[in-house]
Each structure stands twice: as structure tokens, then as C-alpha cells.
Design a binder for this molecule. Sequence first.
Ligand code: DAH
Length: 341
Amino acid sequence: MKETLEQIKASALAALDATKDLAELDTWRVKYLGKKGELTALLKQMGGLSAEERPIMGQLANEVREALTEGLEARKEAIEAEALNARLAEEVLDVTIPGSPLTLGHQHPMYLVLDEIKDIFVGMGFECLDGPEVELAEYNFDRLNAEEGHPSRDWSDTFYFDTDSRVMLRSQTSPMQIRAMETRQLPIRIISPGRVYRKDEVDATHSPMFHQVEGLVVDKGITMADLKGTLNTVVETLYGKGTKTRFRPHHFPFTEPSCEMDVQCHKCGGVGCPTCKFEGWIELLGAGMVHPKVLEGCGIDTEVYSGWAFGMGLERTAMRRFKIADLRLIFENDVRFLTQF
Ligand code: DAH
């Protein structure tokens, strides 16, 4: 029996060393120390021993049990310590490792220009309005005095949603003039930037979607001099003091008189170069005095009030401002391009 006890002890301790985790350790405990374990089974046989042998074997059995219990505790601590070390190693935080760089976005050149334009107008007391891109032809054309049959209303130019040409993607920001006059108290001073849509093929200067900024002033005693004064101030702020402008007669259905405003070429100073297509001037925007029919259509008394309006292309303004040669670069949003501004 003594040998059996020694054997149990030896094999138990060997098996104990081989346990790898707490689950295995528990299996080990049941096998060697449990109620149905090997040691208990042996102790049950003690009844068959002689009176002299019994206390000796009893003591020995207790020693073995103690040794196994101690071993169990020690192994448990060791396993727990190993698990903790493994976790610590896994979760180690090395505060000396340089952080992974955050790639920040970059403001788009066109929005840089738009922000400047907004700043200029807001500084002069204008309000900045947002408007719908899905617009009624009534607002985009009719109420802007573009009668049926006007070339811009053609299906080949305009994205209509319905067969009777009532709902469309706006082709200009000018309908915001009507929306402003419908919703604002007089006097009105607004700009309204946003997307507009026309059926144009994509090339270096065209896109079926582009951006405009509309401007509208309606007040008592407004004249063409106010228009010129305001727009000259805007141009000098955008392009530098002393930048020359010129106003050429033009036609728009919703203004009378109408004009286009050119800026003297910043590249050649008006002599003529490739940038200005050898004209010395670059077209910047359309403008004019708001047509009385348009004002009256919004219930404004033209005996008392008058107004001026303008519409400018935003991509073109940004392209000129940053000397960007191809419109497509504006829309492709390649970060290598964007981060240059
Ligand atoms: N809406 C015109 C266009 O898209 C631009 C324009 C011209 C707007 C004259 C105006 C204006 O407000 O007065 O070509």
C-alpha cells in the first residue's frame, strides 16, 4: 500500500506539472483528490490493514494528500500568474511608439472662394440663402420672364422630371430671386449659392452640374450705380485693389437693362494673353436691373422699389482665382490636387 501511495503521489505530481490551465487543473483535482479520486479510493481500503500498520499508513496518506493539496495551490498560482503575464504582454501599451498620422481633409478650392464671396456680402449686410435644386419651371423660367419657347427651356438643355415640363433640375440660381421676394420683407439683400444643372457634355470648361451664386438687392431708389459700386467692391476684394472691371450690354429675360461684367486679365493686365484668350478681359458674371415684370410678379410696387441682380459661375471664379486650367479637376477631388490650395 505504501508503494501504491508513493506511486499515486509521483504520478499525480507529474500530471500536475503538465496541467496548462485552470480547467485542466480542476480535472486533475477531481482525479486525484476528489471523493471518487484515486487517493480516496485507497484510503477506503485502510480498513483491511493491521492495527499497527493503520496509523502509519494513515499518516503517510495524509502527507500525500497534503503534498498534493499544496502542489495544487502552487500550480494554481503559477497558472494564474502565467495567464496574467500573457495578458499583460498582449495588452502592453508602448507610449513611446509614434502615433499613426491622421490624414486630415482639405478645404476645396471652390469652397474657399465661396467662403470669401460669402464673407464679402455678409459684411455688406446680405443674407445667404439656400434653395431647392429640384425646382418648378414656373420659378426657373415663367416668373423670371422667360416665356414659352425661350431657347433655355428646351428639352435638349434642361433636365425635366415630367413630360409636361413643370418640374426640373434648376438650370440657374435665379429662381432664388423669386423665392427671396416671396418670403422676405423689403428691403431685400441676399445671395444664394448652389448647384445648377444643364445638359452639357463634360469637357475642360463644361459640366452638366456646376455652381452659381445669385445676388439680389431690392430697395427704394436702387440704381445701376449701386450694382456697379457693389460688384466693383467684390472684385477688388477677391482679386486685389485696383482690379479693373467693365460692363458690357447683354440680354437676360429677367433684367432690364442687362449686362455682363468682365474683369481685366490679371495675367497680362489687359494686353492680351492665352489666359484671357487675347481679349485682355475675362467674363465674370451676368447682372442687371431687375425687370419690372419680375418685381411686379412678386407683388412689389415698381413705382417705389427697384433692384439689381447678378449671377456668377463659382467654378469659373475659382479656376481664375487659383489658375486652374481644367474644370474636371474641380470635381475629381484628387487630394493631390486639393491640398495645393
Ligand atoms: N442666371 C443667369 C445665367 O445662368 C445669370 C444671371 C444673369 C443672373 C443676370 C442674374 C442676372 O441674376 O441679373 O446665365
